[in-house]
Design a protein around this ligand. Structure first.
Ligand SMILES: [Zn+2]
Length: 427
């Protein structure tokens, strides 16, 4: 087979795969390698893999013309000198994906520079904790019946826990091998057939806040997610600080141990937060088919008066996850959801301690300002989608609404919007 026809076959296969997967759901399943079942050879293999991936990435970044996916040895900076190191376990597939990743990073930087943000150069890495095993059955192979994953270049397969999450009939794509403080993980990307979900025809606006994290416009119970630092995290961080004031920046084996303990504690806290966030998002998406939120900069709240409270809540994660859904519509940041009156449209400023809403133009009163804000967000979202079918992309979280117009209009009709609010919207 000559090169031309081979390339054509590859291209056609790729096209067919993309078409097939466009009708499927993309899911990522995480499984954890069982540390006690790893032998010395495997541990050394994992360390070598991440080490060589780091060397290769840095070498490619230093001189892209000298390094390609067939390179067998790279020069590594040791102190002030350079030494040549052999790549023993890094396969060509992984090298290709390392190169791809660097290129993608550079493209991302260029994109954000175009948007006007300040960007620096891509930096060298001192540690690499993630490699991409991109081809199933070549760079990695799953054995569900033996709960193991074989990685190219390592003789013994890794025993893992959690493979039973992957449904039958799922099509596996790439797998990322990730080293965390708590152990080694495989994040396996799968394509699973879409299942038809029955979501009730209801709509809701959600207001993010500091007192009550999530307030719903239909007056249902506000959701509060606060996972403060656990006792273990506090202890680990105190020990770390104490040792730091005693020893300064001196590196030692005990320093590494303490650092690892702290990393593990943080990981545990963030896992608990993520778990709660996932459950909340699932609950919301299963109960409403039209959801409106405001594009608030929750990240900026971290530095505010209630920064710690915001950091321990999972609002950022929830917002990011909601934005990915096609039934969520985002109202832009500048919309005065707290001030606007749903009856006359006038603006009234309320200090933070004032928990009710009273319009100073028409006297409209609502017992809860947060619920009123959530309703205003919902009204604004509905108004926008009714007035213009071709929405600008950033205002609705990057989704175009053209395909959803019918469903939105029918949802709007079935909405229990107040009569005054309706006349305000159309007027
Ligand atoms: Zn008013």
């Amino acid at each position: 087979m000559d090169l031309q026809s081979r390339n054509d076959t590859i291209r056609e296969h790729g096209k067919a795969t993309r078409e097939r997967r466009s009708g499927m759901l993309c899911r990522v399943y995480s499984v954890k390698a069982v540390h006690s079942k790893m032998n010395g050879e495997q541990k050394e293999f994992v360390n070598a893999l991440f080490r060589e991936a780091k060397w290769f990435r840095n070498a490619y970044l230093a001189d892209p013309s000298a390094v390609n996916d067939k390179t067998k040895s790279v020069s590594v900076k040791v102190g002030d000198r350079f030494e040549v190191r052999e790549l023993t376990v890094l396969g060509s597939h992984i090298r290709q994906s390392v190169i791809g990743e660097v290129k993608e990073n550079i493209r991302d930087l260029a994109r954000s520079q175009k948007k006007g943000s300040k960007v620096g150069p891509l930096r060298f890495k001192s540690v690499c904790n993630c490699v991409n095993l991109k081809q199933p059955n070549v760079t990695y192979r799953m054995r569900t019946d033996q709960s193991s994953i074989r990685v190219q270049g390592c003789r013994k397969p890794f025993k893992v826990r959690g493979l039973e999450q992957i449904p039958d009939g799922a099509e596996t794509a790439n797998c990322r091998m990730v080293r965390k403080a708590s152990g080694l993980y495989f994040h396996i990307t799968c394509y699973v057939p879409k299942e038809e979900k029955v979501v009730p025809h209801r709509s809701v606006g959600i207001d993010f806040g500091i007192g009550d994290n999530l307030v719903f416009s239909d007056g249902s119970e506000p959701v509060n997610i606060c996972v403060p630092e656990s006792k273990g995290t506090k202890l680990a961080s105190r020990r770390m600080n104490k040792a730091y004031s005693r020893n300064g920046n001196r590196k030692s084996r005990n320093h590494d141990k303490r650092k690892n303990k702290l990393r593990k504690a943080y990981e545990k806290d963030s896992n608990r937060r993520k778990d709660l966030a996932n459950k909340t998002v699932h609950e919301i998406l299963a109960n409403y088919d039209l959801i409106a939120i405001q594009d608030e900069m929750i990240h900026n709240w971290h530095s505010g008066l209630f920064g710690r409270q915001v950091q321990h809540s999972a609002m950022g994660v929830i917002k990011a996850e909601l934005k990915n859904s096609s039934s969520v519509h985002v109202v832009e940041r500048g919309f005065p959801s707290t001030q606007i009156c749903p009856v006359c449209g006038g603006l009234t400023k309320h200090p933070l301690k004032e928990r009710t809403y009273t319009c100073r133009h028409c006297g409209y009163h609502h017992p809860s300002r947060d619920v009123k804000a959530a309703q205003s967000i919902l009204d604004e979202a509905i108004r926008k989608y009714r007035l213009s079918g071709t929405e600008s992309e950033e205002s609705c979280g990057g989704q175009t609404l053209c395909g959803r117009e019918d469903t939105i209009v029918s949802a709007v009709r079935s909405l229990p919007v107040k009569q005054e609010a309706r006349s305000f919207m159309s007027g």
